[in-house]
Design a binder for this molecule. Structure first.
Ligand code: SF4
Ligand code: SF4
Ligand code: SF4
Length: 272
């Protein structure tokens, strides 16, 4: 039973959030929403334990499509970063603000960048591209993420300052156009840099929240130095260029780990 502790912990964490929000906000949607996400993630972890090859991809599709199609397109909830700023400025702790608080700001203190590995609908598509392992060295252009982050904030702040009407409608179209831009840029970068996750490494504004919070993550991979033979395979298969053999929090690209488990699956000595 011990090996099933992790899916049970994930389920308990998400059910706690689901029930707390349902009761405090008096809204049944939160019970459904977070229970669905928690069940999907727990199912993925369970399938991974059972050594099912596509466990992570199944979670990505279950959660990513739910958020993109159901919440975004059908319910008109902008879960992009613009939606977060929008709800923050209106002072409403709903939809995108709750989503960001749980998945991208406070959640990473527990599960690091699990969002990026298992739930993001942008990466859900990018991970289908051919460059699962980066073919070129990492570039020093991560500063672009601060520009996209600032641009999203300035865009929404300008709408408020200019007292633009029909903000809900604008946010819906911002969601559509934003996603088209993300996918287009992500796919072009993946092929140009021969790296599926180039968008995540250099452009994505959400990493401005994710990286510092995941530095303190409770759930993180560790290397058993007694077993490790320093073969370097874990680093060669890592999509995010993490030096997972270094157990310190300052490990190279440590805040980039998306918990995809490729290093664990490929370690010949079960050292991770
Ligand atoms: S870095 Fe951004 S685009 Fe990439 S998986 Fe994380 S949230 Fe999604
Ligand atoms: S793959 Fe395993 S044995 Fe090889 S360096 Fe990484 S942790 Fe050590
Ligand atoms: S391969 Fe390992 S170190 Fe690299 S992102 Fe995946 S889980 Fe993290």
């Amino acid at each position: 039973m011990k090996k099933y502790v992790m899916p049970i912990i994930m389920l308990v964490v998400f059910e706690t959030v689901a029930i707390t929000l349902w009761l405090t906000k008096n809204n049944l949607f939160y019970l459904f929403n977070f229970s669905y996400i928690g069940l999907s993630i727990s199912l993925g972890v369970f399938l991974y334990i059972k050594k099912y090859k596509y466990a992570r991809r199944i979670v990505q599709l279950l959660v990513g499509l739910y958020m993109l199609v159901y919440l975004g397109l059908i319910c008109n909830e902008n879960m992009q970063i613009e939606g977060f700023w929008y709800y923050l400025f209106t002072g409403v702790f709903e939809a995108a603000t709750i989503h960001y608080a749980v998945a991208k700001i406070f959640g990473p203190l527990i599960f690091g960048r699990g969002w990026c590995g298992y739930a993001c609908w942008t990466a859900m598509v990018l991970d289908f591209l051919p460059y699962k392992v980066p073919k070129e060295p990492r570039r020093k252009i991560g500063w672009i993420r601060y520009i996209t982050f600032a641009a999203s904030l300035i865009f929404v702040a300008a709408l408020f300052l200019a007292h633009v009407g029909s903000l809900e409608r604008i946010m819906f179209w911002a969601f559509i156009i934003g996603n088209i831009l993300y996918y287009t840029t992500g796919i072009i970068l993946a092929f140009s840099f021969k790296d599926n996750r180039a968008f995540c490494k250099y452009i994505c504004p959400i990493t401005v929240f994710l990286k510092p919070m995941s530095y303190f993550s409770l759930i993180r991979l560790k290397c058993d130095k007694e077993k490790c033979i320093s073969c370097g395979k874990c680093k060669r298969v890592c999509p995010m260029n993490v030096d997972v053999t270094d157990n310190s929090r300052k490990r190279k690209n440590g805040t980039e780990c998306i918990l995809c488990m490729e290093c664990v699956k490929n370690c010949p000595k079960d050292a991770l």
